[in-house]
Design a protein around this ligand. Structure first.
Ligand SMILES: [Zn+2]
Length: 361
């Protein structure tokens, strides 16, 4: 073969190879355009990068958004979605994203639900069914319950407070924003009933034993401030010297006082038999209910004394709560039959009263 002939053949072979390569390239072009899923996933512009730098949500092209609001689907292996990042990944689709698709990324807001943190993934999205609004809350409730007895002038007797001191204490409560409660309002608060707005500083005023000075001295002072109170009375002692009679008790009830039992004869309950205790507890309630026509199922232990039998009897006879003279605020974490109170020492000054009220929580 001559050198010239070799040159012609080589040129023809070169042209042939070029032609084949060009044909191959042309035939490959469509497969590059409609590449495999893996190839598409690998394409950088299709990925959203979250704050953490990890590939996140495959972008939804603006023109791919369905006319109807449908959720953005997220592959199961995508760990975190930052909802805020989605609109940025869909230029021109912000409005639609906000008004439609975006709503699938957040739980609905209502009184009972909170905004969902942005770290919550859409693939783990579970709609929160708002809890039934029972009007109850399980958080701690703590309310001071003041424990008074007689209101008179009797120097040296700590269970007797002078009318002037009582007046000063009521003025203090009024000026410092306290809201004395009716017994039922106190119980509703203690039970977590949120159907009414709770006062900022609730307080319960209680008077033990049923002294006649509660009617003559305490009632007018409390009435001046519009304060309700609770009276724990021993019906066996009514009508006796120094004690209230039923007419006075009825007037106190009409004036906003709740009347509840304190044992028939103000006994030392643990020293009595079960039957004797039952009589003291149940008869006292019965007489109050008969005279006043209202429920008297909140007990107060005379001298603060009780034993297991006492507690059993209260439960057995349907009492709802019982107050002790154990010192402290009454809370919903205490046994309903062991509610604490704050003893008001009639010999102490207003500063001591304030200190006790603020410190005893
Ligand atoms: Zn008493």
């Amino acid at each position: 073969m001559s050198f010239r002939r070799k040159g012609i053949l080589s040129f023809a072979l070169f042209i042939g190879i070029i032609t084949i390569v060009l044909l191959l390239l042309v035939s490959c072009l469509p497969s590059a355009e409609y590449g495999t899923e893996e190839e598409a996933d690998a394409a950088a512009p299709y990925l959203i990068t979250a704050a953490g730098g990890q590939p996140e949500l495959p972008a939804v092209q603006a023109d791919e958004l369905p006319a109807e609001a449908e959720p953005v689907t997220v592959p199961a292996d995508v760990p975190t979605v930052v909802p805020e990042a989605v609109p940025n990944a869909i230029p021109g689709a912000e409005l639609e994203q906000d008004s439609n698709v975006g709503t699938t990324l957040f739980h609905p807001l209502s009184e009972d639900t909170k905004p969902v943190p942005s770290s919550v993934t859409t693939n783990t999205y579970v709609p929160i069914v708002p809890p039934k609004n029972t009007g109850k809350t399980s958080s701690k409730v703590s309310i001071p319950v003041l424990n008074y007895h007689s209101v008179a002038i009797d120097p040296g007797n700590i269970v007797v407070i002078s009318p002037d001191k009582l007046e000063a204490q009521m003025a203090y409560l009024h000026d410092h924003g306290y809201t004395p409660l009716s017994l039922e309002a106190f119980i509703r608060l203690l039970e977590g009933d949120t159907s009414e707005k709770a006062p900022e500083k609730p307080i319960l005023l209680t008077f033990d034993d049923g002294y006649i000075d509660n009617y003559e001295q305490a009632m007018p002072i409390l009435a001046k401030y519009g304060f309700p109170a609770t009276l724990f009375v021993s019906p066996g002692m009514t009508e006796q010297d120094g004690y209230l009679n039923w007419e006075q008790i009825k007037k106190m009830q009409a004036g906003g006082w709740d009347i509840q039992p304190h044992g028939m004869s103000h006994p030392h309950l643990p020293k009595l038999t079960a039957d004797e205790q039952a009589y003291e507890i149940v008869e006292a309630r019965k007489l109050i209910e008969e005279h006043l026509g209202t429920k008297a199922d909140i007990f107060c232990y005379p001298y603060g004394e009780r034993n297991k039998t006492t507690l059993k009897l209260l439960k057995q006879h349907g009492f709802r709560y019982a107050f002790t003279i154990d010192q402290g605020y009454a809370t919903n974490e205490q046994s309903p039959f062991l509610l604490k109170r704050l003893f008001v020492n009639g010999e102490e000054d207003l500063h001591a009263f304030e200190t006790q009220l603020l410190k005893r929580k």
